[in-house]
Design a protein around this ligand. Sequence first.
Ligand code: NAD
Ligand code: TYD
Length: 336
Amino acid sequence: MKVLVTGGCGFIGSNFVRLMLRTHSDWSVVNLDKLTYAGNPANLNDVEGDPRYRFYRADICDAQAVAAAIGDGVDAIVNFAAETHVDRSISEPEAFLRTDILGTHVLLEAVRERRIQRFLQVSTDEVYGHVAEGSSDEAFPLAPRSPYAASKAGGDLQVLAYRVTYGTPVMITRGSNTYGPYQYPEKLIPLFVTNLIDDQPVPVYGDGMQVRDWLHVDDHCRGIEHVLLHGTPGEVYNVGGGNGRTNLEITQRLLALLGKDPARYIRHVDDRPGHDRRYALDCVKLHTLGWRPTVAFEEGLAATVAWYREHESWWRPIRSGEFTAYYRAQYAGLHE
Ligand code: NAD
Ligand code: TYD
């Protein structure tokens, strides 16, 4: 199988490319990535020399570049490429609309024209919005509440419309909050871990009682692989870890793993505008199809902390680059 992966230099995409090349000796992967601030070719240094792997630096909004990456054909496209950080979508939403909506449209057109056999859109539980009680299954109404979530929902709706209108063989996965190696340190877990390694405080938004359902990146990638191989065209599949935790619980656990005194490091800062209180996914559909998460949360979190401790050479250059200006603007006052 020849797979075009878009956004393969980001967090989940790079873990997916590595895992698929390791798992399937008969697969080849073309990775198309624009290398935004979040894209890092170093995430895939270890597969660079593999003859089954090719990299194109390009934008998914550029139809000609997408056609060039498809070349004489691919069997499937898995679309990870997106602007992904909620806080950035609040300060600068435009790039989200462009990549997450227009970019998805460009890929769908390529799938339609070239009659590609599978298109898998990697989406998020955030499209369901705040879930007050119970859990959201795939039929739950879409009620996105941030520019990021609204852009992803816009992408999902186009994907489903292509199925109805053109019969395009599409599938969608909606994953929950993902953690693990190679995550850009703007997201909760890697931000807090790297701050604490540097003996810096951690900024908890509001009261910290917001709930997220945590999923290890290997489980997320296996879920996407499972849907790609066994899913039904036109269907949506939730991929959740089943590990609902408040942000304060996560913070306390990270402090314990890094041997830090909570009273000294936790700072409650202004809440994120429109902050979703709770996400919770019903994953019965994917469980019935044969996928289950395998990484126990406490073990996965400890291994992730150990990875960041052992890979300062990966995150220090990131934290001293573009990230510095973003961090100063986002967390002004934190260090006073
Ligand atoms: P990320 O921000 O780490 O990586 C995104 C990648 O996409 C980067 O390599 C970036 O360079 C690339 N990219 C951005 N715009 C592009 C464009 N126009 N053309 C080509 N490449 C472009 O993101 P991630 O956390 O790995 O998320 C991957 C996908 O999974 C996203 O679609 C996201 O919505 C979804 N998702 C993420 C999570 C999570 O917790 N991280 C959870 C559920 C779903
Ligand atoms: P994040 O990792 O940004 O993922 P998402 O917003 O996509 O869920 O945030 C996870 C949770 O952590 C979310 O409820 C917001 C909260 N959070 C903080 O409290 N402080 C922070 O500095 C960040 C980045 C997130």
